[in-house]
Design a protein around this ligand. Structure first.
Ligand code: FAD
Length: 551
């Protein structure tokens, strides 16, 4: 039995994950526990202020904070969690620069992977609706808004101009309302910079399934919020929901169609796929946990909290998916992990919430704190003050305050910071002797040789065997993708070579949509599989050069 520090693995670096790590750092000594946090980014996002990135009220990097600084005693692994094996206590993470499968063993596991916007079963939404959860979403939306304004300014066709100037948000909860409020503010304040748009009306629409927006708040405040938003020109469609979308319009359940080029959807949400596939009890589509945040059937070993967990408080009310709850849950989970590790009193979650705050754009908000309800400018000051104080670290507080002061003095920034994403298929150059991939690596791409030569080598009991030499026009790497296995050979450049690399996702897309592509590769893979055993023992190089066995 291992006597070293216990391994605590935290999955997810949002409110729940980061605050659990911070709390554990205070409760446990390094000799008794090693804390590791896995997150797909190396920063933590302050989501309540994320909508302000749209209007540029807050600079992009000021709404995020590096996890390494927030949790200095925690090992951060910036990777994607691909699989959680609760029985074997192993978490598999995505490959990095070198595509290898990595499994991490844990003694205690904390699942805080949040949730995702789920467009499943809603035709056209994946292609045409933008989610709004991450820093990348905020950046993409801001750039998109500037793009449609630029387009509208030069467009002669009146109908298309109207489409370009129509903005639809599906979901009237906090995030939907805050996104629309910021978007509307931004468009209103920058339109004057576009000579042809100055006097052109734009249309902002919130679509909400219920009979009022902000269902998390009291009815009085929700009605007040609706009034304020309508006064600012936002149209609110109630008792309807988004059903489908095309590149030209949003289609609602009632049959109403809204021609638009900007559709943002903050609903519905679901568990991330890696959590969804866990074989454990779930409630309302979330992981079921007890008042100590322990995962049902894995008590004392696995905790789940934040947006991905379902629980009720001691008073029996359902815990809402908010940051203030996630932070309190993190404290309880950390206390209970420490108790599981070295004994001590366990804690139960009993927090009922201090109140709710929602921004309605510049100078207006609604707030309900300890039973007191406020709306308008005073609520907005409260909103800003409270969220600023909750932002961890003086550094970020100062930066945000400066951003707000600058926004008071100057109009919002209008420069588009377009990020060029690499296209799927890319080229790569290799020097003689360079390894392109290694035997045992995960199959993540298929390679086509543009020029040069490479060797396919297999390690056989510590001895390197040459399977084949491949040249211009040949491909390799498809077998691991087709059979979902690891690479069965190493590929090393024999001469300087240029290759085209087709990533797994694009390769599979092509296979699904172009039958002849599928046929060619399946046939090639089976030929190579057959040739594989013989060439291992007999010929080091394939006579016709076409049927090497590198997968
Ligand atoms: C726009 C917006 C505004 C909001 N405003 C407020 C507000 O004003 N007040 C309030 O209380 N709440 C607000 N919320 C809700 C609040 O932000 C969430 O309840 C809170 O963030 C939940 O924390 P979490 O840690 O459970 O999840 P998240 O903060 O979503 O964190 C999950 C983390 O897991 C990571 N992750 C997910 N899957 C993987 C994977 N497979 N591999 C690796 N990493 C992964 C994600 O990258 C993310 O970092 C808002 C939310 C949004 C989207």
């Amino acid at each position: 039995m291992s006597t070293g520090p216990k391994q605590i693995l935290i999955l997810g670096g949002g409110f729940a994950g980061v605050y659990t790590a911070r709390c554990l750092e205070k409760l446990l000594r390094s000799e008794e526990a090693s804390i590791t946090l896995i997150n797909r980014e190396n920063y933590w996002v302050y989501q309540p202020m994320l909508p302000e990135v749209i209007s540029g009220s807050i600079g992009l990097t000021n709404v995020v904070s590096p996890i390494r600084r927030l949790c200095p005693r925690t090992n951060l692994i910036m990777r994607e969690v691909e699989d959680i094996d609760l029985k074997r206590q192993i978490v598999t993470i995505s490959p990095g620069f070198r595509p290898r499968q990595i499994g991490l063993k844990y003694d205690y596991l904390v699942i805080t992977l949040g949730n995702v916007t789920n467009f499943h079963g809603m035709p056209g939404l994946i292609e045409n609706a933008m989610p709004f959860r991450t820093l990348a979403d905020a950046m993409v939306l801001r750039n998109h808004l500037i793009h449609v304004l630029e387009e509208a300014d030069v467009e002669e066709d009146q109908e298309l101009r109207r489409e370009l100037l129509t903005f639809v948000v599906a979901g009237g909860g906090f995030s939907g309302v805050e996104v629309m409020a910021e978007l509307n503010d931004f468009v209103c304040s920058v339109k004057r910079n576009y000579l042809r748009l100055r006097n052109e009306p734009h249309r902002c629409v919130i679509v909400q399934a219920g009979d009022r927006i902000l269902p998390e708040m009291s009815e009085v405040l929700a009605i007040s919020a609706q009034r304020i938003l309508r006064k600012r020109g936002v149209e609110i469609i109630l008792n309807d929901r988004l059903k489908a979308a095309t590149s030209e319009r949003a289609i609602l359940q009632s049959g109403t169609e809204i021609p638009c080029k900007t559709l943002i959807s903050t609903v519905p949400s679901a568990l991330p796929p890696v959590v969804q596939k866990l074989d454990c009890p779930k409630e309302h589509g979330k992981l079921l946990v007890n008042a100590g945040l322990e995962l049902k059937d894995y008590e004392g070993k696995v905790w789940a909290l934040g947006d991905c967990a379902y629980m009720t408080t001691i008073a029996g009310t359902k815990v809402p998916p908010t940051a203030q709850h996630a932070i309190r849950e993190a404290t309880i989970a950390a206390i209970n992990i420490a108790a599981a590790l070295h004994g001590g009193k366990r804690a139960e979650f009993g927090f009922e919430g201090l109140g709710t705050l929602g921004s309605l754009g510049y100078g207006a908000a609604v707030a309900q704190i300890c039973g007191v309800k406020v709306s308008g400018f005073l609520a907005w000051c409260l909103w800003r003050w409270i969220y600023l104080m909750k932002m961890p670290g003086l550094n970020r507080k100062v930066r945000i305050t400066i951003d707000w002061i600058l926004r008071l003095l100057f109009p919002p920034e209008l420069a588009q910071t377009r990020v060029a994403f690499e296209s799927g298929i890319r080229n790569q150059y290799f020097e003689p002797g360079d390894i392109i991939f290694r035997q045992g690596d995960l199959g993540d791409s298929v390679y086509v040789i543009e020029d040069g030569e490479c060797d396919a080598l297999r390690d056989q009991n510590g001895e390197e065997q040459l399977l084949a030499t491949l040249g211009r026009g040949e491909y390799f790497g498809e077998m691991a993708l087709l059979s979902d296995r690891t690479r069965n050979a190493t590929i090393r450049a024999r001469t300087a070579m240029n290759v085209s690399i087709i990533p797994k996702e694009d390769f599979n897309k092509l296979r699904r949509s172009v039958p002849i592509f599928e046929d060619v590769f399946t046939e090639l893979a089976s030929r190579r599989a057959e040739a594989g055993s013989s060439c291992l023992s007999a010929e080091p190089s394939m006579p016709d050069g076409s049927s090497a066995t590198a997968s």
